[in-house]
Design a protein around this ligand. Structure first.
Ligand code: GMT
Length: 379
């Protein structure tokens, strides 16, 4: 198949999922065309059947708000026409689904068919999308998509809840995935001493440091844990909450025990040395970072919100608490880290849980949906 993929190229999970999916599709022999405004961060390896098409917007003084959606639709049309795309897969509804719809109409005017699939990822529904200023347009684009997928059952239900006008649209749940064989860490384990002594446990948090991630809760729970268990906290990522975090670590007097590593393209090397992953999000449609941790045999302390309970199994791959309950998170962390046997069991179970989400199990589901959508469009 000739497949176009539209996504955000940044560090966000939706861009990571889109990129990894494209790479896996290419490995399976499909031609994959990424269409976005800069090269996706995880797209470092190119092969003969992976292509990248950059969307550029001309800078004009009148444009306080450059019309990205229009430029994207234009680029989709160009790529679809000259590469004979069979299908377009857009990740994150805003504004990709509307741009896809616009491109589809432009192509239809030239008798070219381009069915498109929209994958809903999270805040496009739970935070941004439900905003009144987007709702009508997003509902329309979802309804006009040839197929819609959501990354968890929870996100599917949220979509029906927030967007009453899409009640009749079928939403397929296709969970996010990892490539399990990329988490073989024998070599990386050697680097543990760079971050902590043998006596210390390593807690890790990876996010884009937005408010929704509640990174302050990571610091507050760590402050309780470190008083019981010698440990260090590694923070990976950066974003708007960063200065609040720096202030809080000074206030709690924990800065010496915290390593802030900033944005790292591939955090696997850090996960390799971690004992526990912390994800105390306010809302999380899936929690790809938690799945990546589990794949690396790292148990997860998370909140019980959104899609997290679907991925992180209570008492098996990790433990879950109510949003903001840092005492409970700390208690759970101490339970897991305080006993080597318990820790080892959680580590093994985390890996077992991640196996279910291996790309080998998820890719065929996407391919089947692609085939179904293309066949329908040809009728
Ligand atoms: O909504 C965001 O935080 C951005 C978005 C993204 O682009 O990374 O994240 C969402 O999609 C990820 C990939 O499907 C999910 O793993 C995240 O849980 C989800 N974020 C939220 O729901 C907050």
């Amino acid at each position: 198949m000739n497949i176009g993929i539209v996504c955000y190229p940044t560090f966000g999970g939706s861009g990571v999922v889109a990129t990894e999916l494209g790479k896996a599709l290419a490995q399976n022999g499909h031609n994959v065309h990424f269409i976005t405004y800069s090269q996706p961060v995880r797209l470092s390896v190119f092969s003969g059947n992976i292509f990248y098409h950059e969307v550029t917007i001309s800078d004009y003084p009148l444009f306080d708000y450059p019309p990205y959606e229009l430029a994207l639709a234009n680029k989709i049309v160009e790529v679809a026409k000259y590469n004979k795309l069979d299908l377009l897969h857009v990740h994150y509804a805003i504004p990709h689904a509307s741009a896809a719809y616009m491109a589809k109409q432009m192509l239809a005017a030239e008798n070219i068919s381009l069915p498109f699939i929209t994958t809903l990822h999270g805040t496009d529904i739970t935070l941004v999308g439900k905003d009144a200023s987007f709702e009508t347009a997003i509902s329309f684009a979802i309804n006009e998509s040839d197929a819609v997928t959501a990354v968890s059952e929870s996100l599917k239900q949220d979509t029906y809840f927030y967007f009453r006008n899409v009640a009749k649209k079928v939403i397929h749940v296709i969970p996010n995935f990892i490539q399990l064989d990329q988490y073989d860490f024998v070599k990386a384990k050697k680097d543990r001493s760079l971050y902590a002594s043998d006596k210390q446990k390593i807690l890790v948090h990876v996010s884009n440091f937005r408010k929704v991630k509640r990174v302050e809760d990571v610091l507050r729970m760590f402050d309780i844990v470190r008083k019981k268990i010698p440990s260090r906290l590694i923070l990976v990522g950066d974003g708007p909450e960063r200065s609040n975090i720096d202030r809080l670590c000074r206030e709690l007097d924990t800065c010496a025990e915290i390593l802030s590593l900033g944005k790292i393209v591939d955090p696997n090397g850090i996960l390799a040395v971690a004992d526990l992953f912390v994800l105390p999000s306010e809302t999380e449609s899936f929690g790809l970072a938690a799945l990546e941790a589990m794949a690396a045999r790292v148990p997860v302390i998370s909140t019980n919100t959104g899609g997290l309970p679907e991925i992180n199994k209570q008492g098996f791959s990790g433990m879950l608490s109510n949003v903001g309950d840092v005492e409970d998170m700390a208690k759970n962390a101490i339970h897991i880290l305080g006993d080597e046997k318990v820790l080892e069991e959680f580590k093994e179970n985390a890996h077992k849980q991640a196996e279910k989400y291996d790309i080998r199990n998820i890719l065929p589901i996407y391919e089947a949906l692609y085939r179904e959508v293309i066949a329908k469009a040809k009728k």
